[in-house]
Write a protein that binds this ligand. Structure first.
Ligand code: HEC
Ligand code: HEC
Length: 289
């Protein structure tokens, strides 16, 4: 159908020539304010493309050379320059010296809290309260590997049972069940004795048989009365703090097939100043020795 452009009698505006059931479409021109705003936007965009990064060719276009990445790098440099003198002091001091100096200690605890949130909280909980599945609390006064500043510092630097560091803490509890060192009945007996170490045994005969097995197989690491030994990372078995299950069946299962904890080493990942700060922070959580 040929389009017929004509003037609308009422408004005096051209029609587009489209017509539906007698209704004609007007070809109203764009408002001037709208048009000029549009042109201004085009000009702005062109100027922007010339000045700022817009097209990724050989890096980025833009004659000013400004980039968001460059801007943040600059800010970070400034921030680093501001904190570097303090970090240098924290790097060259020992954790003991930091803990003894009120200014360094305050800085280490505030900074250590942030570093802990980023690197440790996933396993040890936000406040170091520990987590199920063998992640110990760092806020109580039971220590598997030692709770003085030097011991904590060493644990953080080298980790536990990992491939990251030759100086990682290692020790292996034998797999008494899986490797057939003890029979199932003997394991049940020794588990009963372990319950007895925390005054929870209910079967004196079993516990008595277990005591003999314990003295022979377990006391060398866990101590005669189950007090634990930080030299070999053997936890205290006579208190209420448990890394793994604490009921009769859970303890027996652990003795049969121990699942030992692994912690990564941080010496290669974190600035020594941060490791020092972490040691002081963890020591301050409540149970430091
Ligand atoms: C991937 C999990 C994981 C991460 C991340 C981790 N840890 Fe651990 N950490 C463990 C486990 C598991 C143990 C207990 C190992 C064992 O059973 O001997 C442990 C033990 C420790 C101990 C010894 C506790 C004791 O009772 O002697 C300290 C101290 C410690 N972690 C501090 C830290 C700090 C500080 C960080 C962060 C820099 C950190 N950990 C990051 C898993 C982790
Ligand atoms: C060579 C040293 C060694 C010997 C021997 C040993 N253990 Fe252990 N045991 C460990 C270590 C190390 C751990 C901690 C593993 C970890 O950190 O995850 C442990 C953990 C445990 C746990 C878990 C504690 C908890 O808090 O959940 C129990 C229970 C236990 N041992 C019982 C025994 C019994 C019973 C025997 C003897 C039949 C025994 N162990 C012999 C080193 C030893």
């Amino acid at each position: 159908m040929p389009t017929k452009i004509e003037k609308d009698a009422i408004t005096g505006t051209d029609t587009t020539g489209h017509e539906w059931d007698g209704l004609k479409e007007l070809n109203t021109p764009l408002p001037t304010w709208w048009l000029y705003t549009f042109y201004a936007c085009c000009v702005f965009a062109l100027v922007w493309v010339v000045l700022y990064p817009a097209i990724p060719v050989q890096g980025w276009t833009g004659i000013t050379g400004w980039t968001a990445r460059g801007a943040i790098t600059g800010e970070m440099e400034t921030a680093r320059a501001r904190t570097e003198p303090m970090l240098a002091r924290l790097r060259s001091a020992t954790p003991e010296q930091i803990a003894a100096n009120p200014e360094l200690r305050a800085y280490a605890i505030a900074g250590g809290r942030a570093v802990f949130a980023n690197n440790c909280a996933a396993c040890h909980g936000a406040g170091g309260q520990g987590a199920r599945g063998g992640y110990p609390s760092l806020a109580d006064d039971e220590w598997i590997w030692g709770g003085d500043l030097a011991a904590i510092h060493l644990t953080i630097n080298h980790g536990i049972r990992n491939q990251d560091s030759d100086e990682a803490r290692v020790s292996m509890m034998p797999r008494f069940g899986v490797d057939g060192v003890l029979t199932r009945a003997q394991i049940t007996d020794v588990a009963e004795h372990v319950l007895g170490l925390g005054h929870r045994s209910t079967d004196a005969a079993m516990a008595a048989r277990g005591a003999a097995l314990y003295a022979e197989n377990c006391a060398s690491c866990h101590g005669e009365r189950g007090e634990g030994n930080t030299d070999v990372g053997a936890p205290n078995l006579s208190d209420r703090v448990w890394l793994h299950a604490s009921d009769r069946a859970g303890i027996a299962a652990y003795i049969a097939n121990p699942q030992m904890g692994v912690m990564p080493a941080f010496a290669q990942r974190l600035d020594p100043a941060l490791v020092n700060m972490l040691a002081v922070y963890v020591h301050s959580l409540g149970g430091g020795r």
